[in-house]
Design a protein around this ligand. Structure first.
Ligand code: NAG
Ligand code: NAG
Length: 362
């Protein structure tokens, strides 16, 4: 994995992006000024020609991409060319980002600082980066969301840090954010200020998995299409918490402590296609599925469901459901699969979509 990350083109694969980002490298191709660039040298770093662009010692510089990963660096290198668009500093030992570290990088689009030892980021360090779109800070030791991030940012990843708080000011004015990854931090619900996410007017993907939050964060933006909250300590799904999320297509709540889904929750998410509620403490199938038009995947395995009714998944009558279920899982529940009546799944056209018994156990 580590060595695979050495190759720039694998960066996207290594840090598992939620969407296929075909445009990831496009910005290097279509900027004005690319015609002035020195000749392509096959990806190898070349000694700086006199008066020409420099390449920091031991880094590799290729088209305006500067790669300085896996070098044991303790500081951000000096003399980074000012026309750099992507700066890769992952897998180093950088512990601090200082005020002037990125001083000249006005054209930087992507900054990769994953897997360092960063504890401190100067409040003005990101100020010059007026075009920054992607900021990857996962696997560091940050206690706070960095202050004053560029408003141009589209993607922020701070997975696996020591972040305990998300303040309303953390994301103030960040209206271009599309992807937000905050998982594996020691966050609690009390640490997330009300309205912390309201300024993210375009956000489509939020992941806060493997933290210690006990409820679905409040005031989530209406633009959300994916919300991943797996591996937390959430105890219930309230209708209020999903209010207005009319574009939500995927909701991940696996591995929580959910014992109830309030009636009306699913009505608040009319475009939901995937609902992951496996490995929780549910005692019944969530209400609202028969009326739901688009739901396709419902994972309910490993809960405490002891009874499945004939009206739990399908509307009364036949063929009235517009979208077909493509996956329903109910195994590892106390209900015996032979007690579930076949008519329960009358609107499911492909029988293989249903996983009922626990086939591994006899
Ligand atoms: C959640 O809390 C438990 C117990 O307080 C702690 O051991 C665990 O590390 C916390 N999880 C995270 C991601 O911080
Ligand atoms: C849930 O709400 C619907 C419509 O508002 C209502 O018809 C139904 O009886 C409710 N179910 C429960 C279990 O409260």
């Amino acid at each position: 994995m580590r060595s695979a990350c050495l190759s720039l083109l694998l960066v996207t694969a290594c840090w598992a992006l939620p969407f296929r980002q075909s445009g990831f490298l496009d910005f290097m191709m279509d900027d004005p000024g690319s015609g002035d660039q020195p000749d392509v040298t096959g990806g190898q770093s070349t000694p700086a020609p006199p008066n020409g662009p420099v390449c920091p010692f031991r880094c590799q510089c290729h088209l305006r991409v500067i790669q300085c990963s896996d070098l044991g660096l303790k500081e951000i290198p000096e003399d980074i060319p000012s026309d750099t668009t992507l700066l890769d500093l992952q897998n180093n030992k950088i512990s601090e980002i200082k005020e002037n570290d990125f001083k000249n990088l006005k054209g930087l689009h992507a900054l990769i600082l994953v897997n360092n030892k960063i504890t401190v980021i100067h409040a003005k360090a990101f100020t010059p980066l007026a075009k920054l779109q992607r900021l990857y800070l996962s696997k560091n030791m940050l206690k706070d969301i960095p202050a004053n991030m560029p408003k141009s940012l589209q993607e922020l990843r701070t997975h696996e840090n020591a972040i305990t708080k998300i303040k309303k000011s953390s994301f103030a004015g960040m209206s271009n954010i599309i992807v937000m990854e905050l998982g594996s931090n020691p966050l609690k619900s009390a640490g997330i200020e009300n309205g912390a996410f309201v300024d993210l007017k375009r956000v489509s993907y939020i992941r806060i998995a493997d933290t210690n939050i006990t409820e679905i964060p409040k005031d989530l933006p209406k633009s959300l299409s994916e919300l991943h909250l797996d591996g937390n300590k959430i105890s219930k799904v309230t209708s209020e918490s999903l209010k207005g999320l009319k574009h939500l297509a995927k909701l991940g709540l696996s591995y929580n402590e959910i014992s109830s889904v309030e009636n009306g929750s699913l009505a608040n998410t009319p475009h939901l296609r995937e609902l992951h509620l496996d490995n929780n403490a549910l005692t019944s199938v969530p209400p609202g599925l028969p009326d739901h038009k688009y739901i396709q995947v419902v994972y309910l395995h490993a809960n405490k469901i002891s009874n499945v009714g004939t009206e739990d998944f399908c509307p009364p009558g036949f063929n009235t459901k517009k979208a077909m279920y493509s996956g329903i899982s109910l195994f590892s529940n106390p209900v015996s699969y032979w007690e579930v009546q076949p008519v329960t799944f009358r609107c499911v056209f492909d029988r293989s979509a249903i996983q009922l018994g626990n086939y591994r156990k006899k």
